[in-house]
Design a binder for this molecule. Structure first.
Ligand code: NAD
Ligand code: MG
Length: 404
């Protein structure tokens, strides 16, 4: 089995949580994977340079062009040929690099959209970690994937679980997707107390260690909402047949129900390297020397209904998904902006949902497009960011607020 997998990969977002875990998989399976391209945003350039020295990719790019000169300087003594690029074009060149078989998208946010579209057009298989891309770009990406006959292999743990469960299932037999959610940082916090939670509280995920943005999305359950939309685009399942359940142990990574009511679950320790490995090695299975799942040690697996009042972002995501067109792009962009403002201390935790709700309702009465082109999506994304940035939600019951 092992010898069948030989893939040359381009990794976008190599300095992040997904990026570094992808490189751990490359280290663990070095006969199977070769890194031919690396790209990042630009904030951790020293780490990026060490990665380049270690993996010796043939092409690299940094999105932030103000870092490009420094990157050139830091790589001056490189003893082999490496193409160095910057900005959106640099990312696109990496994504389309002729020698690669697979592009791993570990970029955070909608910034992943253009390079992913370019990679699909160049006929590359996609190992999809960046969920914002498919959520915003779904209406454009889905037909593009068909046209260019590429594989989109999900690396998100839930979608990997569904994908694994689906192997060997006859087409048409899937009746329902059951997405599990840990419940995030505030799963045991009562609704009343959510007025006072801080950024640091929101950054404490009970089960997974991830980048800051997705950790906050886990606390609001927007992460799960985005994953509902992601599942819809990946597996073609209607929104009414995608159910979210809170599963605090994060051992069952998701489930599918078949037409005969049989339910199939995929389980494992919460470790992103496993879904990443499967996406990278599919349809094969590779050996990993990690510790086996010990269900006796876990003891209990429990499931409960999410509290819709406590997690308004979940319903906003369903609403945007069902509306379709440019609405998921607007949901995603408004959320990225709201999370950014929350991290900047400009808005409170509960105001995140208010900002998104406001942006979506303005979009409905204005610029909504039912069958968007890529340009319509990019425009809706920019419009939503600005709208979300300019809106002051003014909820006056924050504890530290001077207003009574
Ligand atoms: P992170 O913040 O840890 O890393 C983000 C990476 O993207 C960094 O390498 C950064 O340099 C790069 N980046 C940021 N802006 C960029 C830009 N404009 N151009 C190019 N590169 C840019 O984020 P993460 O947690 O690794 O998440 C990455 C993606 O994977 C997100 O879409 C997230 O939803 C998804 N995801 C992550 C996890 C996880 O366990 N971390 C799990 C499931 C899905
Ligand atoms: Mg996930």
């Amino acid at each position: 089995e092992t010898t069948k997998v030989h893939k040359k990969i381009v990794l976008l977002g190599s300095t992040g949580s997904i990026g570094t875990q992808t490189l751990e998989i490359v280290d663990a399976c070095s006969e199977n994977f070769q890194v031919v391209g690396l790209a990042c945003g630009g904030s951790r350039l020293d780490q990026f340079v060490s990665q380049i020295r270690k993996y010796r990719p043939k092409i690299v790019a940094v999105f932030d062009t103000t870092q490009l000169q420094r990157l050139h300087t830091l790589l001056k003594d490189l003893d082999y040929d490496c193409q160095i690029g910057g900005g959106e074009q640099g990312l696109v060149d990496c994504a389309c690099f002729p020698e690669s078989d697979l592009v791993v998208t570990g970029i955070v946010g909608c910034a992943g959209l253009i390079p992913t579209v370019a990679a699909i057009k160049a006929g590359k298989d996609i190992c999809l970690a960046n969920k914002e891309t498919l959520i915003a770009g779904g209406p454009v990406i889905a037909p593009l994937v068909e046209k260019h006959r590429v594989n989109v292999l999900p690396a998100d743990s839930e979608h990997s679980a569904i994908f694994q469960c689906l192997q060997g299932v006859p087409s048409g037999a899937l009746s329902k997707i059951i997405l599990t959610a840990s419940g995030g940082a505030f799963r045991d916090t009562p609704l009343e107390d959510l007025h006072y939670v801080t950024l640091n509280d929101a950054l404490k995920h009970p089960n997974w260690t991830m980048g800051a943005k997705i950790t906050i999305d886990s606390a609001t359950l927007m992460n799960k909402g985005l994953e509902v939309i992601e599942a819809h685009f990946l597996f073609g399942t209607a929104y009414d047949n995608i159910q979210v359940v809170i599963h605090p142990q994060s051992i069952v990574h998701s489930m599918i129900e078949l037409c005969d009511t049989s339910v199939i679950a995929q389980m494992g320790w919460p470790d992103m390297r496993l879904p990443l490995l499967y996406a990278m090695s599919w349809p094969h299975r590779l050996f990993l020397p990690y510790s086996s799942l010990d269900l006796v040690k876990v003891g209990t697996l429990s499931f409960k209904e999410p509290d819709r009042n406590k997690y308004p972002c979940l319903d906003l995501a369903y609403e945007a998904g069902k509306r379709g067109g440019t609405m998921p792009a607007v949901l995603n962009a408004a959320n990225e902006e709201a999370v950014f403002r929350f991290r900047n201390n400009e808005i409170s935790y509960l105001e995140i949902a208010k900002v998104i709700e406001h942006t979506m309702s303005h979009h409905e009465t204005g610029l909504f497009v039912e069958r968007p082109s890529l340009d319509d999506i990019l425009y809706a994304d920019q419009w939503a960011r600005k709208t979300a940035r300019d809106f002051s939600p003014k909820l006056h019951f924050m504890k530290h607020s001077a207003v009574a």
